[in-house]
Design a protein. Structure first.
Length: 307
């Protein structure tokens, strides 16, 4: 089967409607909140949200900073892109480090084969929200990613401890958003909630948005664990049976190195990635080891204050 990627008029209209909805939500954030921030990971979804923010407020600058919670185990390509992209946008970038939370005794480094700093980001994030007096943290989560994220509203309330109660969500009728809150509470806002992975890639193609190069096929030293390829770094603890080999891979989603799996791929262009995604029978989060720790792994993390 041959996939052709000339952007049809219905596709353009669909993306235009999604873009319009997201821009409306971003402008609502600016109107309703005093100190919003945009959580930026260097992944494609947060890149799109920051791109939409630029369009929403053009020709003015984005009226809130980008905030990155750096685990210390991020891909070097992601950090390089983060700094470059912030300059391209003309946006302020604020970085807070998980290592600082560990050094201060607020978070405990995991040990063992499956050790990861991914969960520890929650501590650093909540501290950053308190430090910056943030009343709204904008994120790039989408409802199609994972079952816990499908429960989120556009405006997702968090209590004074930064926790989320999925049974206490406010109704959102006719795109009316309730940002009312008490002191010390805040909101997480997800402007691209209604987007799918395919929408994201088609929009990136349409808008010609540059991405970190690890989204495209490249050679990298990896080892296989539980059916997925993990990148080999000096802080990665391997089992004796796990052999490092060079493979041609790319990443569908970007996170902490310790839990972000790669897929074998020869896709070097956006058109080839779109074809690959269209033919795939696994979700992008299927490559994330942190989601497989339990049936409710993501929901448990979100309740505690995770992205």
């Amino acid at each position: 089967m041959i996939f052709r990627f000339k952007m049809k008029s219905y596709t353009l209209k669909h993306l235009q409607e999604l873009e319009s909805e997201s821009i409306f939500i971003l402008r609502e954030v600016a109107a309703q909140f005093e100190k919003p921030i945009l959580l930026f990971s260097g992944g494609k979804d947060s890149i799109i949200v920051s791109h939409l923010a630029k369009k929403a407020f053009f020709p003015a600058k984005i009226p809130f900073p980008l905030v990155h919670i750096d685990t210390g185990h991020n891909f070097p390509e992601t950090i390089e892109y983060r700094d470059w992209w912030a300059k391209e946008l003309g946006a302020k970038i604020i970085v807070r480090y998980v290592q600082d939370s560990i050094d201060q005794g607020k978070a405990v480094e995991e040990k063992g084969i499956n050790a990861s700093r991914n969960v520890l980001q929650t501590v650093t994030l909540l501290d950053a929200i308190e430090e910056l007096k943030t009343d709204c943290a904008i994120g790039g989560a989408r409802r199609d990613e994972e079952k816990a994220r499908s429960k989120e509203r556009f405006f997702s309330h968090r209590d004074e401890f930064g926790q989320w109660n999925p049974k206490n969500q406010r109704p959102e009728l006719w795109n009316l958003f309730n940002g009312g809150k008490k002191i010390a509470e805040h909101f997480r806002v997800f402007p691209i909630s209604n987007w799918t992975e395919m929408d994201v890639w088609q929009y990136i193609l349409q808008e010609n948005i540059p991405l970190p190069k690890i989204y495209f096929s490249h050679k990298r030293k990896v080892f296989q664990r539980d059916g997925q390829f993990l990148a080999d770094f000096d802080f990665m603890t391997k089992k004796p049976s796990e052999v490092v080999a060079e493979k041609t891979i790319r990443f569908r989603t970007i996170g902490d190195i310790t839990c972000t799996g790669a897929v074998e791929s020869t896709a070097t262009t956006l058109e080839e990635i779109i074809q690959e995604v269209a033919a795939s029978r696994t979700t992008e989060r299927g490559t994330r080891a942190d989601d497989k720790r339990s049936e409710a792994a993501m929901e448990d993390r979100k309740k505690a204050g995770y992205f």
